[in-house]
Design a protein. Structure first.
Length: 462
């Protein structure tokens, strides 16, 4: 039997059958031109099979989205796919995480661009440039081998803060991220299955919790399920935080503070009870009672717990409804409630005075302290405001309360103009909330000359 060349790629018989030519030609035919390497023959055969499947699916009326997914899997699964920039050739661990993320999110219908290596590589490389340091973890963390859920969070964060062409992809990365968090709880899921190695399990847990924290910071209040995400992160910390933490370990104490902060900020917008206890149950997670974040978290935890379950309208409910909700309990505030709010505001004043004068603190740290003070004081003073139907001119509002709320609103809006590191959803919601209050004050001739410009600047940028 002779190998008779047909199209230059295979013998006639194999070419007509659409199969790779496996016949070994005689020695006198070995030098004939036109024979391709076996890997190119396999690629041609695979593409031919995919094309035939697409034709069959079209005749059967099957959605073409499945065919697109096949192309995506092919482009993600190749070791060095066509079109990948040389600068990303050494990102083997990143591609492994991307493969796992794609495998676990195969049910999510997103554009193929989301999985392209050039897109992923650029978003990954630019993450630290676009994302300011976290106030509870100022030293930026680096991960040479990201876990899939952390990768999804980073792609979402980086695309949101990127140029218009990447910002368009952020809703699709959001779908991937939320799907990954949801599947974290499914048995035998690729996201919820930790590695077998002990050290690798710790790294997997730390990165997974950090990914949930990043997701929470960008979705506080607007995604109600953020509270459930926080609970999952807390459980992972309790299960996987090592018994002995040294200088080589990840910063578990700071990560626990981050989970607490997301929990408190989310709870403050919904006026609900925080999930995470103020005192860490594990000694290695505990911090000094003189720590500024601990002191702030403690006073916020105590204040929110007092007003939880009262049926009061929340800040976020005012964004969800066209007309402000009026609580039947607005006229039943007791002297104890008033005392709690006054004491709460006084504690914040003392907290600002103590930590803004810290000799060892840098200007950046002082700016962070001031930002936290302004935003949290806005939360405290808004408890009465939402209960009274968000009406500055209510008969129940005293001139002093009105003045303090307007003063706090002006300070909050100025943060937006002078602090470029603001990015979390809670910060932006509170700044928008302050702009609405200030506009109401201006309508009632209670504002200041530049109040309209400040409010319109915020509303125009939001």
């Amino acid at each position: 039997m002779r190998c008779i060349l047909g199209s230059g790629q295979a013998c006639r018989r194999c070419h007509r059958a659409g199969l790779p030519c496996v016949f070994v030609p005689r020695a006198n035919a070995a030098s004939l031109p036109g024979l391709l390497p076996s890997d190119q023959i396999d690629t041609s055969f695979r593409n031919h099979v995919v094309q035939r499947l697409q034709v069959i699916e079209g005749l059967l009326g099957i959605n073409s989205q499945d065919s697109q997914n096949l192309d995506d899997i092919q482009s993600v699964g190749e070791t060095v796919p066509d079109g990948t920039s040389p600068e990303f050739n050494g990102f083997d661990a990143l591609w492994d995480a991307l493969n796992t993320l794609h495998e676990g999110c195969a049910n999510v219908a997103v554009p193929p661009t989301v999985w392209h290596r050039n897109t992923v590589g650029q978003l990954w490389a630019s993450f630290h440039d676009r994302m300011p340091g976290l106030h509870f973890m100022p030293r930026k963390q680096t991960f040479s081998a990201p876990q899939p859920l952390l990768l999804a969070a980073i792609l979402y964060c980086s695309s949101m803060r990127g140029p218009p062409e990447t910002a368009e992809l952020s809703p699709h990365y959001f779908e991937v991220l939320t799907n990954a968090i949801a599947r974290l709880l499914l048995p035998e899921s690729v996201f919820g299955r930790p590695p077998n190695n002990g050290c690798a399990v710790e790294e997997w847990a730390f990165q997974t919790v950090l990914g949930i924290v990043l997701a929470g910071l960008l979705n506080e209040a607007s995604i109600r399920e953020t509270g459930l995400w926080i609970s999952v992160a807390y459980r992972l910390i309790l299960e996987h935080c090592p018994s002995h933490v040294d200088e080589t370990s990840r910063e578990w104490r700071k990560l626990f503070s981050g989970v607490q902060i997301v929990d408190l900020e989310h709870a403050s917008l919904h006026l609900s009870c925080p999930v995470i206890p103020i005192e860490a149950p594990l000694p290695r997670l505990q911090t000094s009672h003189r720590d500024q974040l601990y002191r702030l978290s403690r006073m916020m935890h105590a204040g929110l717990t007092h007003f939880t379950g009262r049926g009061l309208p929340t800040i976020w409910s005012c964004f969800q409804h066209d007309q402000p909700l009026v609580s039947s309990l607005a006229s039943s505030f007791t002297s104890v409630d008033a005392a709690v709010i006054r004491d709460w505001a006084r504690q914040l004043d003392e907290w600002l005075d103590e930590f803004s004068r810290a000799v060892e603190g840098s200007q950046r740290n002082r700016d962070l302290v001031f930002r936290q003070y302004v935003l949290h004081r806005m939360v405290v003073l808004s408890i009465y405001h939402t209960a009274r139907g968000c009406d500055l001119w209510s008969n129940n509002v005293t001139p002093k309360e009105q003045h303090e709320l307007l003063l706090s609103s002006r300070a909050t809006i100025r943060l937006h103009l002078h602090d470029e590191t603001i990015w979390s959803n809670w910060d932006l919601v509170m700044i928008t909330w302050a702009a609405l209050i200030l506009l109401q004050g201006i309508e009632g001739n209670a504002g200041e000359p530049d109040g309209t410009r400040l409010s319109c600047t915020k509303c125009g940028s939001g």
